[in-house]
Design a protein around this ligand. Structure first.
Ligand code: KIV
Length: 267
């Protein structure tokens, strides 16, 4: 039986890197289920890559539940992390418990992920842990706060913000977070925190020394030919492949090459 807390703990103990990929639908989940990737995040990045918004803020709890269910149906063998969307937990601890509980009740997600390190988030992490909902924390660049962070910028660059992130990571772990995700922080900070907390760290733009890595599936598959951030490695060039395939299909249709005789049904 899969258990994300035990799996991640064992990886940290054995110094085995953890791979996480985002996913939002059944078809891709089914493919990822046939790979060795460790875990799948149904991220609120769906606001950008699925819904076409400029941020994650419009994503709703219903969106997360809908997409998490699709992914769970495709990849029941993988541990699945469901993101808590903007405004589903920032209003109060009880709203957060209800939102996280609804995700766990209505999907087969293994845990939830929460952005931030406010007192409310720390208390919520503790309360969720007490009622049996595993929490992955998310620090560094927290996209739901991009307006107050001044945009999508590397975080933890000053001695003060660095010290604060180390302190808050420890508080979140003390509150029961089973893993902490760090987005866009200096590599040296990713290393220092990874060495100073007992739970695995997952990085995106956090350098080489975190316990694991996460990438957005559209980014690693090269589906957006206008997106080339420094932290990204593209493992495929789907943008060109898809444009070529769809272009070839169109050409075949207009030239009466598709459907062929072999594609038609007999009487
Ligand atoms: O929503 C998401 O996909 C994320 C990743 C960028 C880590 O939080």
């Amino acid at each position: 039986m899969k258990n994300i807390i035990l799996e991640f703990k064992k990886k940290k103990e054995t110094n085995t890197p953890i791979s996480v990929i985002t996913c939002y639908d059944y078809s891709f989940a089914k493919l990822f289920a046939q790979t060795e990737v460790d875990s799948i995040l149904v991220g609120d990045s769906m606001g950008n890559v699925i819904q076409g918004h400029g941020s994650t803020m419009p994503v709703t709890l219903d969106d997360i539940i809908y997409h998490t269910n699709a992914v769970c149906r495709g990849a029941s063998n993988k541990t699945i992390i469901a993101d808590m969307p903007f405004l589903s937990y920032q209003t109060s601890v009880s709203d957060g418990i209800r939102a996280a509980g609804t995700i766990m009740k209505e999907t087969k997600a293994d845990c939830v992920k929460l952005e931030g390190d406010s007192d409310l988030v720390i208390e919520l992490t503790q309360r969720l842990n007490e009622i049996g909902v595993p929490v992955m924390s998310h620090l560094g660049l927290t996209p739901q706060s991009f307006n107050t962070l001044g945009g999508y910028k590397v975080q933890g660059k000053t001695p003060e913000s660095r010290a604060r992130m180390i302190q808050k990571s420890k508080e979140l772990v003390d509150a029961g977070a089973f893993a902490v995700l760090f987005e866009m922080i200096p590599e040296s900070l990713g290393k220092e925190i990874t060495e100073s907390i007992s739970v695995p760290t997952i990085g995106i733009g956090a350098g080489r020394y975190t316990s694991g890595q996460v990438l957005v599936m559209q980014d690693l598959l090269g589906m957006n030919d206008e997106f080339h951030p420094k932290f990204l490695k593209k493992y495929a060039n789907f943008a060109d492949d898809i444009k070529k395939a769809v272009g070839d299909y169109h050409d075949d249709v207009v030239k009466h090459l598709f459907p062929g005789e072999e594609n038609g049904f007999k009487d």
